[in-house]
Design a binder for this molecule. Structure first.
Ligand SMILES: [Zn+2]
Length: 164
């Protein structure tokens, strides 16, 4: 046996000033701060209560201001491709669902990989099945490759070899 190296790390968070349930990591601002007098951040929104705050980091001290006129809430967004309906968890700000922005965000702005991790339900609209096992049909499995490091041509070449 060989002796393992132990890594000890300290992380710094600030607690939500409204509900005291969530925390946001703050250390990266300590580091940014070394050449400057202070670094400002925010507005940040609490994942638990939706409360908003912003602030400044001076050295290792953090000062915050509550934005009581701002907040973030969760939404359910319905996205369709053919007979497959995805219900994903989304968000909106300051009580304004702003459906025009939501439509732009999901139809044009965001990459599908961003919301696949927020899928709450998959529905087969042909049958009404809300737990449609097999709606995504198995094609093949290969050893892991980091697709994000491949260009589109390489990805297409890989897909051709998998799909044919
Ligand atoms: Zn909170």
């Amino acid at each position: 046996m060989i002796k393992a190296n132990i890594i000890t790390e300290t992380t710094h968070y600030i607690e939500c000033p409204y509900c005291h349930k969530s925390k946001e990591r703050i250390d990266h601002l300590f580091e940014e701060n070394t050449n400057r007098k202070e670094t400002s951040f925010g507005p940040w929104y609490c994942d638990e209560c939706g409360g908003s705050y912003e602030g400044v980091v001076r050295g290792q001290d953090v000062f915050i201001k509550l934005n009581t006129n701002k907040r973030k809430d969760d939404s359910l967004v319905f996205l369709r491709n053919g007979n497959v309906l995805l219900i994903v968890k989304g968000m909106y700000f300051d009580g304004d669902l702003d459906k025009g922005h939501q439509e732009y965000f999901y139809n044009e702005h965001t990459c599908p990989t961003n919301y696949f991790k927020s899928v709450e339900m998959v529905v087969d609209l042909k049958t009404g099945d809300t737990d449609p096992h097999g709606i995504f049909e198995y094609v093949d499995a290969i050893p892991y490759i980091n697709l994000k490091e491949m260009n589109e041509t390489e990805v297409h070449k890989l897909l051709l070899s998998v799909l044919t």
